[in-house]
Design a protein around this ligand. Structure first.
Ligand code: ADP
Ligand code: ASP
Ligand code: MG
Length: 469
């Protein structure tokens, strides 16, 4: 079994879909394949705008729906012979009437729940998978279209749902049709109570990983618009280049710290089932891409990649009785966790006078409110100082399995940034020493990434500065 996932740009229009079909055809793969597709690029964002407008009682959500319908119909007209378009056009039209009904409901009520948001967002993948399946059918790739909601079982965290692995693998084993080629929508799933959920932005990668692990596939391939995982975000540093091989842990850390090409939860099901992951470029299929596995070939590079997360807020808790008082950190994390807010970064000053956490800027005020409430009494007593939020910040992470044997990486990093007047606001090193991460002011992030990339990846001698002995 081979599982392939194609992202938004790979299904962006009729040309891209034809290119994707030729990638699959050229494989001549003798076994079975599951092809997971994202929504056409930009569609999920537009669906979010639709429900936001409807909720704000702005009837221009209807224009957006019309625009979306036109986009999908155009793709059909270019992909499928005219005399047989009628069936797929009818099915797509039906989906749009459903979407209109849901948005109309939101418009009338001026109100929306996460469950309804997930329902609206699901249309992107429902539409794209139906069109791709039909286009394949008429281009020499007979296939069976499935609905991933019938296979992937999640909790009721509608917009960021987590899969129940046991139930999901069971459903995949029991119900996956016996076809040589299956087309499945990414991103969408169903809660135990039967409601539509979505797996978080970028979640189609995770869908594909669940199908791969559930079928014990030989390989998962994720096809996007870049030649694999780059040494750093190619949009930030022009000198970034594709990394040939990475370990699961390295890939996970790079993804977690902002390498958007891979959705972080994707890796874990693959590790458990020991399934390698290949990142490839739909628009440059002859490039080898990046192979992610348990045993990457040894590399000269100690630092494999450099990730960056923007739009971070930093909250600092400080006080005069924090020394030796147990439980303060616990209260801090509990208060934030209760709000379902993800913490990217924790650091405690050595004197234990302060603890700083890094989280998404969008969650900043909510976290600040929760923490101020939790420590209200302590603040009144004067033992803890009012909390302090700073934003926008960026987290930069250096990632590589070999860093543990290499002294001096942190020193080089900090003096390089210091010499260039970039102030490091907080530092953290994971216990594994696979990662050194630090926080800088958002304005400094791109400059810091480029300075570090040029130092660690392209030295003046043309060799990596920190080569393995
Ligand atoms: P898809 O729609 O195919 O899932 P995404 O937009 O989610 O694609 O991810 C691909 C994008 O990730 C690339 O176009 C690139 O701009 C961005 N990106 C950020 N960091 C990295 C990195 N380290 N390596 C490769 N791409 C990266
Ligand atoms: N379409 C979804 C998104 O834009 C899922 C994905 O593309 O992976 O987030
Ligand atoms: Mg993606």
């Amino acid at each position: 079994m081979l599982v392939l996932k194609f992202g938004g740009t790979s299904v962006a229009n009729a040309n891209a879909i034809m290119q994707m079909a030729s990638v699959i055809r050229d494989k001549n793969y003798p076994g079975k394949m599951v092809v997971v597709v994202s929504a056409m690029s930009g569609v999920t964002d537009m669906l979010i705008k639709c429900f936001q407008k409807a909720e704000a009682h702005d009837d221009s959500y209807q224009d957006l729906i019309q625009e979306l319908e036109k986009k999908h119909m155009e793709a059909i007209e270019q992909l499928i012979p005219m005399n047989i378009q009628i069936d797929i056009k009818g099915r797509i039209k039906l989906r749009f009437r459903e979407l209109e009904d849901v948005c109309k409901g939101v418009f009338l009520l001026d109100e929306i729940s996460d469950s309804i948001k997930a329902r609206v967002m699901a249309y992107g993948e429902l539409l794209s998978s139906a069109i791709v399946s039909e286009a394949f059918q008429y281009n020499g790739l007979p296939n069976k279209l499935i609905d991933s909601r019938d296979f992937i079982v999640t909790d009721s965290n509608y917009l960021n749902a987590k899969a129940d692995l046991v139930k999901t693998y069971q459903q995949i084993n029991d119900k996956l049709p016996d076809a040589a080629l299956i087309v499945a929508p990414g991103f969408i799933a169903r809660s135990e109570s039967g409601k539509t959920t979505v797996l978080g932005r970028g979640g189609s990668d995770y869908t594909a990983s669940l199908y791969a692990a559930g079928t014990q596939a030989d390989l998962l391939e994720i096809w996007s618009d870049v030649d694999g995982m780059y040494t750093t975000d190619p949009r930030k540093a022009k000198s970034a280049y594709s990394i040939p091989e990475l370990s699961y842990e390295e890939a996970m850390e790079l993804a977690y710290f902002g390498a958007k090409v891979l959705y972080p939860p994707t890796i874990s099901p693959l590790v458990a089932a020991q399934i390698p992951l290949l990142l490839k470029n739909t628009f440059n299929p002859s490039h080898q891409g990046t192979l992610i596995s348990n045993n990457p070939a040894p590399s000269q590079q100690v630092i494999k990649g450099l990730s960056c997360i923007d739009n971070i807020a930093m909250i600092t808790l400080s006080g005069n009785v924090m020394v030796g008082v147990p439980g303060i950190a616990m209260r801090m994390f509990k208060a934030v966790a209760k709000e379902n807010i993800n913490i990217y970064f924790i650091t405690q000053s050595s004197s234990e006078h302060s603890i700083t956490i890094g989280l998404a800027e969008a969650d900043g005020n909510r976290a600040l409110k929760a923490l101020s409430a939790e420590f209200e009494e302590d603040i009144k007593q004067g033992t803890i100082y009012p909390l302090n939020l700073e934003a926008p910040m960026s987290i930069i992470a250096l990632v590589g399995n070999g860093m543990i044997q290499q002294p001096g990486i942190a020193g080089t990093t900090f003096s390089l940034l210091g010499d260039n007047n970039i102030n490091i606001r907080a530092i953290a090193q994971g216990a594994t020493e696979r990662n050194i991460s630090f926080v800088v002011q958002a304005d400094d992030a791109t400059k810091a990434v480029n300075l570090l990339h040029d130092t660690f990846f392209i030295s003046k001698t043309g060799k990596p500065e920190f080569a393995e002995a």
